[in-house]
Design a protein around this ligand. Structure first.
Ligand SMILES: Cc1cc2nc3c(=O)[nH]c(=O)nc-3n(C[C@H](O)[C@H](O)[C@H](O)COP(=O)(O)O)c2cc1C
Length: 205
């Protein structure tokens, strides 16, 4: 049982990484194997809307690090997606991954229908996986970004896991890396990990 944490901060030592890694550590206490991917270390071009994946069933953009990250997402039972809030939204590197992964995941399993045909839904590459967003802001825009990540999860057939509050961290005034001071986030993320491990174990029975 494996959980993949993805952090979408462009910064080296980041608050988002702290919160995602904290949650992964908690998941390990519940018997999960974990791995962290930092998108800042990856070169992932944004989706160009070429629709090449509809026929090819792979992303047809020139080779970059997308395939490697997508494969890790496929191997995982659970996926945590963490992003700092930038102008009330997720970061560009987070969005680049999610646009490509979501579209490819859909067309790997499905055929494009004509306008008058019914949709014959066969699931997505993400069907049956569990997921949760983690957003980090200095002050505002958490809910928009949290919703953005959660909407990606729900449209791609993932099962979203909750906690006793939204999985948001408050940190980073003036660029500070001070996520460890947010004790409420620690409690929220511990419970998130407990819930996620519980659901994965039930699904794996
Ligand atoms: C370009 C940019 C835009 C930002 N926009 C917001 C914002 O809309 N709301 C907010 O509360 N903080 C905003 N911040 C602050 C970051 O969300 C905050 O410092 C966060 O802790 C950074 O996470 P990181 O350490 O994981 O990179 C912004 C920071 C940058 C660099």
């Amino acid at each position: 049982m494996k959980v993949l944490g993805i952090t979408g901060s462009p910064r080296d030592k980041s608050n988002t990484e702290y919160f995602v890694q904290y949650t992964l550590n908690e998941l390990e206490k519940h018997g999960m194997e974990t791995e962290l991917i930092r998108l800042r270390d990856k070169n992932i071009h944004h989706c160009t809307g070429c629709y090449g994946c509809v026929e090819a069933k792979v992303c047809t953009l020139p080779k970059d690090d997308f395939d490697e990250v997508f494969e890790k997402m496929m191997e995982a039972d659970g996926i945590l997606i963490g992003s700092p809030v930038y102008n009330s939204s997720s970061t560009a590197i987070t969005k680049a991954l999610l646009d490509r992964a979501g579209f490819l995941g859909r067309w790997i399993s499905n055929d494009m229908k004509g306008k008058s045909e019914n949709y014959e839904w066969k699931g997505t590459a993400f069907s049956g996986k569990v997921a949760a967003p983690i957003t980090v802001a200095r002050r505002a825009g958490q809910n928009f970004t949290f919703a953005e990540l959660m909407l990606w999860m729900t449209v791609n057939d993932l099962i979203v896991i909750g906690s006793h509050y939204w999985n948001v961290g408050v940190a980073g005034k003036g660029g500070a890396v001070d996520a460890d001071e947010d004790m409420e986030a620690a409690s929220i993320l511990s419970h998130l990990a407990e819930n996620m491990a519980h659901v994965i174990k039930q699904l794996k029975k």
